[in-house]
Design a protein around this ligand. Structure first.
Ligand SMILES: Cc1ncc(COP(=O)(O)O)c(C=O)c1O
Length: 373
């Protein structure tokens, strides 16, 4: 059997990692400004993380959601306190797309409505409902076409008011910072007005913090820069530093009903141990502050480089726009300078490094980028 060819691959096999460095099967070292697509939060092979996962797998890797899992309860309490939503409940699943699916399902159970408002350039996953609220028609198969979704321009509050006034919408879904769309932030006053409109029209406000959350923006959640609270928040990626794990944070206004949501693997013991280790490391090493400080440094320095058209972002979620397509720069960074970066569209390099990136590593990246330019 061969692999189903859905990914354009770099001809590199990464076999090892340490902190913000990864190594290929020839022993070549790479600086990781991509974090395996925003997934590596506390750094590759962090010793506390490795120990926690190893200890747990030696004890119990998995048992079903039909019995008490104390690790889930410990994790939920710790996450609630860490992220500023201590009174919310947690539903655990395995991936970002599943978080989107469950968030929308819950909204619809709650207010009995069906339509969803999403935003242009949004990405929320590739499964059934998630792909429909993603603004990429080429990812939507005929079988996914059941959901009624309206896409508005980001920050179009008049459009939001007009749509929500119909009373037809179950939810509005919005990324804390659009990632795949090109590191685009919703305006603070837009988010505040959106919050108000959702409350007034009994529409559920879902904040997708799958990429922008977990400290990446320099706050636990990017929407916290606007001082608002969401009704549902989705998290994945950095939550367990690479172990497939995700969560839906749910306001007390939602009623839990047995059987409405469920999963075999979600919240398993091994994932909980990984996710608990991540929260402990983030706290002990002040990684959210580090993301803010190193992010500010990178944003400031990148803005001084004349060949760059625009720099956007917060913390360690940074978009670098060029006049020309970035394919060649990105390839040079990888092949000549041994630096992994991400991309958004054709003209934006996307930085999503581990939150433990040091100032020295950030400076090393800036030097290597300048050499490529
Ligand atoms: C904002 C956002 N939402 C949802 C997803 C989907 O997550 P997953 O790939 O884990 O299904 C992603 C993945 O890139 C994302 O960036």
């Amino acid at each position: 059997m061969k692999l189903f060819d859905v990914y354009p691959l770099f001809p590199i096999e990464i076999v090892k990692g340490k902190g913000c460095k990864v190594y290929d099967n020839n022993g070549t070292e790479y600086l990781d400004l991509y974090g395996g697509h925003a997934v590596i939060s506390v750094g590759h092979a962090h010793p506390t993380y490795v120990q926690a996962v190893a200890d747990q797998v030696g004890k119990l890797g998995f048992y079903s959601n039909s019995v008490i899992n104390g690790l889930q309860e410990t994790f939920a309490e710790k996450l609630g306190n860490a992220c500023g939503y201590p009174d919310y409940s947690l539903f655990l699943i395995n991936s970002g797309a599943e978080a989107t699916e469950n968030a929308l399902k819950l909204a619809s159970f709650h207010n009995g409505k069906k339509k969803v408002l999403a935003f242009k350039k949004a990405f929320h996953g590739r499964t059934s409902v998630a792909v429909k609220v993603t603004d990429s028609p080429s990812y939507v198969a005929p079988i996914n076409t059941g959901l009624d979704v309206t896409f508005l321009a980001l920050n179009d509050i008049e459009g939001v008011k007009k749509e929500l006034a119909t009373g037809d919408y179950t939810a509005v879904i919005i990324e804390g910072i659009q990632g795949i769309g090109g590191i685009i932030e919703p305006n603070i006053d837009f988010l505040q007005a959106l919050r108000l409109e959702c409350t007034q029209t009994n529409t559920v406000l879902i904040l997708d913090e799958i990429q922008s959350g977990y400290g990446r923006s320099g706050k636990f959640f990017a929407h916290q820069y606007a001082g608002i609270k969401a009704d549902i928040i989705t998290v994945a990626k950095g939550i367990a530093n690479g172990f497939p794990f995700a969560g839906v944070l749910i306001s007390p206004m939602f009623k839990a009903v047995h059987g409405q949501l469920g999963t075999t693997f979600g919240g398993n013991h091994l994932g909980c141990a990984a996710a608990l280790a991540v929260l402990n490391i983030i706290e002990k090493e002040n990684l959210i502050d580090n993301a803010k400080q190193i992010g500010d440094y990178l944003l400031h320095e990148l803005k001084q480089i004349p060949q760059i058209k625009e720099v956007r972002g917060k913390g360690l979620m940074i978009g670098i726009d060029f006049e020309q397509a970035v394919k060649e720069i990105r390839n040079k960074l990888l092949v000549e300078q041994h630096v992994f970066t991400g991309v958004a569209g054709t003209h934006t390099i996307r930085l999503l490094p581990p939150l433990c990136l040091t100032k020295e590593e950030a400076t090393e990246f800036l030097l290597k980028l300048k050499q490529c330019l």
